[in-house]
Design a protein around this ligand. Sequence first.
Ligand code: AMP
Ligand code: MG
Length: 350
Amino acid sequence: MLRILRRLAGASSVALLAVLAPTLSRGFEGAPGSAVSDSLFHQTRPLMGTEAEVFLYADTEPRALELFEVAFAEMERVEEALSTYRPTSELSRINREAGDHAVTTDPEVFGLIREALSFSARVDGAFDITVGPLVRAWGFFRGQGRRPTADELANARRRSGWEKVSLDARARTVRFLVPGVKLDMGGMGKGWALDRAGKILRGLGVEAALLSLGRSSYLALGAPPGTQGWLITLPDPLSPERILSRVRLRHRALSTSGSREKYFELDGRRYGHIIDPRSGVPATGGLIQVSVTGKTAVGSDMLSTALFVLGPEEGRPVLEEESSANALMVMEGVEGSRLIRLDWPWGMGR
Ligand code: AMP
Ligand code: MG
């Protein structure tokens, strides 16, 4: 029996078509049928400056609609807490006040900042949520990108560095040791939103769902009935109509970081939005894209950003220390691209 995919209010017809007749460009294939009574439902909504997408199996359409409401509401809640584009967010409040005094924050945001700082220590500062001033200096905050002057860069470097954030776990406070530090969770917020929404769906009894934010982050709960996992096709960043890899996710997350989503060109060089916090300059290791799969979406999200900065040599030992993570790197090559698989178990190409 073939599963019926029902179109729900708000679902985009493009994505619907992709499921019914998978296209290489969209990167998701529907599941084959099986003998259970649940049907596959799907909805997309704009979120975090991109498109959030949820596929889930449910027994009735009203039930599916309820579940979508809860999942998207949770992602919106996370965006409202972490977005630096929203002055009302908890992160924006911390950015405004923590240079002056210790700011008490909620357990969720405190926990995330703590997790980010401890990850920074593990990757020697390649991942650093204090990149805010650098992201701004390079024009990637509300801008198209630009090269800062030497003064601007020096000034931004003085105001970033994960060791300039002081946390007090007992009081649950955040304090910047230098004024002007700005936290930016662009490298982990999507992953966190997916983990949170996934946890809520699981708590409501959903056994199989795939959640994604843009092309960059996926979280798979369970697997479509009768399959080994949700099949996601990663497009080749240099020719998106071609498949780079086919990944099967089951209780697992996938995150991709790339220089091509936001960059500018100057004097024949490409400057992307992922900054090497150690030099203050956009990462220049010759990487075009890094994909990571791991147990949690937030962990995979942080790791893909860090590996993009570290590159294959420095990245390999870091990856070996992370439990159960795999990475696929696309490097600039003499002709086209060169692929580096770091324990990447999934098939390549078609
Ligand atoms: P992602 O697409 O997950 O790799 O995240 C990239 C975003 O994270 C950028 O647009 C910045 O907002 C932020 N970012 C840039 N460089 C870094 C870095 N080295 N560590 C942490 N976040 C970063
Ligand atoms: Mg990331």
